[in-house]
Ligand binder design. Structure first.
Ligand code: PLP
Length: 436
C-alpha cells in the first residue's frame, strides 16, 4: 500500500512549500495515518514525536474526539451557512464573543477568514479602508520587518521579509516596505523618510516564527507601539503562530504589555483540526468603521464565519481553558529551556538557544569560527532527529542555520525529556560528522 500511495503522490500531489524535484524523485518520507497526543504514527507503524505541532498549530495535540464530536454535531445540524448580507449563525457569534473576551485590551470585534494568509490580506485591506473612510486615502503603505513571515497570498507575500519567498514570484503588491527587525529606530527612520501621512500600518510577529524563532530585544514592542500611536499608524500584531498559548501566555503581546490595534490569528484557533483564521480589531476601530462606512463592506470569503469551523474553534478553546494548557505551555517551556541550556553547554556546534513557552530554536555555528558552516548543517540535524523519532524544522535563509521547534501544548515532562534527548543525540551525531 505504501509503495502504491507514494507513486500516486509523486504523480498527482503538488506539495506546498516542498522541493518539487526531491519529492518527485524520493517520494514523501512519511505518510501519516494516526495521531495521539504529541505523537504521530506513519503507514509503516513508525512513531514520531511531533516537535513542530505539525505547522506550529496542533496546540491541543492529536486525537481529540471532542473536536470530532463538535464538528459532527454542527455538520448534522447545519454544516454551512454564509455570513454575507448580515446573516449569522450561533457558533460564529459565540466564537467572536469568546475571542473578544480572551484577546488583550479592547480588541473586541472579529472578521473571520480561513487561515493566516487570508487574515493578513484582509487586515491590509481593512486598515486601508479605515483610513479611506477617515478621509486619508493616501495612508496606504504597510511596513513590515525583515525575516518576518506573513503567508503566501499576494499581499502576505509582499509583507513577508524573507528573500526566497519574495523571489519566488516576479511581481508584488505595491506599497509594502521592510525594516530591520530588531531596532525601533529603523521603524522611525522609515516613517521619517516615507512620511507618516503615507503609512497605514506597521505589522510584526511578536516572535518571528518561520524566520527562525527570533525574539525582539527588550523594550522593542513598547517602543514601536508608542511610535505607531504617535504617528497615527495602526499597529498590527501577527499572532498566527504565537497566539493561543504557544509562548506561555494566551497571546504573545501580553509578554510585552502591548495592545495592538489589529491582531491576526489562525492555526491554534482550531489546533489545526479545521481551517480557520480571524482578524480582531479594537472596539474603537470597529465603531469608527460602523459610523463612517456607507453601503457594503466589499470584502468577505465564502467561508468567513463557517459554522463548523467556528464550532470546532469554540471546543478547542474550551479544552485549552479546562486543561490549563497556557500554563502548561509556560511550565513545560521552562523545562524545555533548561534542556536547551544543557545542550548549549555540551555540544560545540550549538551557538545560541532560544525559547519562550513552547516555541524554541537552536542555532548551529562553527565552534571556532563562531559563524555558520560553509554548508547548511541544521537540515542534517533534523534528518538525524527524524531517524530517532522526532520531527523538527530548519531555517536556512537570511544567513541562518537553525533548528526550530514548537511541540503541542499538551506535552508533559517525560516527553520534553525525550525531545531534548533526541535533539542532543542528533546534534552530537552531526557534530561528529561535520567536525571530523
Ligand atoms: N502569519 C504567520 C506569522 C505565519 O507563521 C503564517 C504561517 O505559517 C501565516 C501568517 C500564514 O498562515 P497560513 O499558512 O494559514 O495561510
Amino acid at each position: 500500500l505504501r509503495e502504491q500511495l507514494i507513486e500516486l503522490d509523486k504523480k498527482h500531489f503538488i506539495h506546498p512549500t516542498s522541493s518539487l524535484k526531491q519529492q518527485h524523485e524520493q517520494g514523501a518520507p512519511f505518510i501519516f495515518t494516526k495521531g495521539e497526543g504529541v505523537y504521530l504514527t506513519d503507514i509503516t507503524g513508525k512513531r514520531v514525536l511531533e516537535g513542530m505541532s505539525s505547522l506550529w498549530n496542533v496546540n491541543i495535540g492529536y486525537g481529540r474526539k471532542e473536536l470530532a464530536e463538535a464538528a459532527r454535531e454542527q455538520m448534522e445540524n447545519l454544516a454551512f451557512t454564509n455570513s454575507f448580507s448580515s446573516m449569522s449563525n450561533e457558533p460564529a457569534i459565540r466564537l467572536a464573543a469568546k475571542l473578544a473576551e480572551i484577546a488583550p485590551g479592547n480588541l473586541d470585534a472579529v472578521f473571520f477568514t480561513s487561515g493566516g494568509s487570508e487574515s493578513n490580506d484582509t487586515a491590509y485591506k481593512l486598515v486601508r479602508y479605515y483610513w479611506k473612510l477617515k478621509g486619508r486615502p493616501e495612508k496606504k503603505k504597510i511596513i513590515s520587518r525583515k525575516k518576518g513571515y506573513h503567508g503566501v497570498n499576494i499581499g502576505a507575500t509582499s509583507a513577508t521579509g524573507i528573500s526566497p519567498f519574495q523571489e519566488m514570484t516576479t511581481s508584488h503588491a505595491p506599497d509594502f516596505l521592510h525594516v530591520e527587525p530588531s531596532s525601533s529606530a529603523a521603524l522611525l527612520e522609515c516613517i521619517d523618510s516615507e512620511g507618516a501621512e503615507t503609512i497605514a500600518a506597521f505589522i510584526a510577529e511578536p516572535i518571528q516564527g518561520a524566520g527562525g524563532v527570533n525574539m525582539a530585544p527588550d523594550g522593542y514592542f513598547r517602543e514601536v507601539r508608542e511610535i505607531c500611536s504617535k504617528h497615527n499608524i495602526l499597529f498590527i500584531a501577527d499572532e498566527v503562530i504565537t497566539g493561543f498559548g504557544r509562548t506561555g501566555k494566551m497571546f504573545a503581546c501580553e509578554h510585552y504589555r502591548v495592545v495592538p490595534d489589529v491582531m491576526l490569528v489562525a492555526k491554534g484557533i482550531t489546533s489545526g483540526y479545521i481551517p480557520l483564521g480571524a482578524v480582531i480589531v479594537t472596539d474603537t476601530i470597529h465603531r469608527e468603521l460602523i459610523d463612517l462606512s456607507q453601503g457594503v463592506l466589499l470584502h468577505g470569503y465564502t467561508y468567513s464565519g463557517h459554522p463548523t469551523a467556528c464550532a470546532v474553534g469554540l471546543k478547542n478553546l474550551e479544552i485549552m481553558e479546562r486543561e490549563n494548557l497556557v500554563e502548561n505551555s509556560r511550565l513545560m517551556g521552562e523545562k524545555l529551556f533548561e534542556g536547551l541550556k544543557e545542550i548549549e553547554q555540551e555540544i560545540e556546534i550549538v551557538g545560541e538557544v532560544r525559547a519562550l513557552g513552547l516555541i524554541g530554536a537552536v542555532e548551529v555555528v562553527h565552534p571556532t569560527e563562531k559563524k555558520r558552516f560553509s554548508e547548511l548543517v541544521a537540515p542534517k540535524v533534523s534528518a538525524e532527529a527524524a531517524k530517532r523519532g522526532l520531527i523538527v524544522r530548519t531555517v536556512g535563509f537570511e544567513g541562518m542555520d537553525t533548528v526550530v521547534f514548537a511541540p503541542p501544548l499538551v506535552i508533559n515532562e517525560n516527553e520534553i525529556k525525550e525531545m531534548v534527548a533526541i535533539l542532543k543525540a542528533s546534534l552530537k551525531a552531526v557534530q561528529e560528522s561535520v567536525l571530523k
